[in-house]
Design a protein around this ligand. Sequence first.
Ligand code: MUC
Ligand code: MG
Length: 382
Amino acid sequence: MSIIEKISTTIIEIPTIRGHVLSMATMLTQTAVILRIRFADGSEGIGEGTTIGGLSYGVESPESIQSAIEDYIAPLLLGRDGDDVNGAIHLMDRAVRGNRIAKSAVEIALWDGLGKRKDVSVAQLFGGAVHTRLPVAWTLASGRSETDIAEAQEMIEARRHNIFKLKIGKRPVREDVAHVARIKEALGDAASIRVDVNQAWSLADARWGLKGLQEAGCELVEQPVPARDRAAMAELTRGYEIAVMADEALNGPEDALSVVRADAADVFAVKVAQSGGLKRAAEVVAIGQAAGLGLYGGTMLETGLGTAAALQLFSTVETLKWGTELFGPLLLKDEILAEPVGYSDFCVEIPQGPGLGIALDESKIEFYRRDRLRRVHALSAE
Ligand code: MUC
Ligand code: MG
C-alpha cells in the first residue's frame, strides 16, 4: 500500500535540432507535459504526455493534457493506493472520456513508482524484457532532398540509423514521389526507406502515390489517407505491394480491432500515448499480433522520459518486424535525463534499473519550463 499524495505537472518546451517539416506543421520546438506523482512512503513516479504540433496532429494539446490531469484525473486518484495501477486505469476510463495522452502520462508515472518500490523495471511488471536493444529509425524531414540525403549519409556513416522515415504530404504527390525516389537512389541498399503522409492524401492522390512509391523502392507508407477512412486504407492495403501502416487511425484497442476488421492495414504503428498508456498499448500489440499484422514501435517525439516508457514496453514484445522510431530525444537540442537513452549500432538501448530506468536532470526541467520561457519572452518584449 502506498497512498498517492500529490500529482503535479510542468510544461516544458525544448528547441528541435532543425525544423521538422510534417504535412500539417513544422516543428521548431517540442512541448512536453512532465508529470510527477508523490507517494506517502516518499517514493516518486514520473510520466510524460506529449503531442505534436499543438492541435494540428491530434485532439489533445499540451494545455488540455495538463488540465485533464490536474483538474479531472488528480482529484480521482489522490488518496488511492498507488500500487493499484489497474484500479486507477479503470477509474480514469470511467470518469474521463478520450484524453488518452493525459491518461498515458499518469499511468506511466504509476508504473514507474510501482517498479521503483518493488525494485523491478517496468518491463518486468509487463512480464519481462526479451530485448536489450531494438532497431531505431530516424525521420528525414528537413523539407529539402539534398539536406535529407546528407543527413541520412551521416547517420549511416555513424552507424546510428539505416532505417529512414520521410515526412511527405505537404507538396503535390508527384513532387513527393520524386523526392523519395531521389533519396532512395542516393542511399541504395544501405537504407530502408519508408514514408509518413500524416493523412494528407485523398484516395485518388494515394493511388498515384503508392504506385510511385513502390516503384521507387519505398517499403512502407504510413497513414496515407485520413484516419477515419477505413475503406480507403483497406483499398490501398489490398491494392499495392508496399506495406500500409496505420498510425493516427489507432487510438487504442477498439480502433485496433476496427482496423483489423476492415483489413485496413498491414502494419500497426503502436504508440503508447495515442493508445492511452502502456496497458492499452500492450492490448493494441496483442490485437495486431493475433491478426498477423506487422508491428512498429511508434513515437510522439517524446523526450527521453516518454521514450524510456515506450522502450520498457516494446522490450517485452517478441517480434517488432518493422523496428521502432524511438529517436525523440535525438531531435531535441538538449537532454532532460540525468543519463541519456543510449543509441549505437543502429539500435536504441533499453534503459536498465527499477521503474523506467531513468532519472530527470532537474536543472533542465527548471530551465525549459514554459512558464519560465514566457516570463523571458515577456521581459524581452517590453
Ligand atoms: C508520426 O506521425 O508518426 C513520429 C516520428 C516523426 O518524425 O513524427 C512522428 C509522428
Ligand atoms: Mg505517423
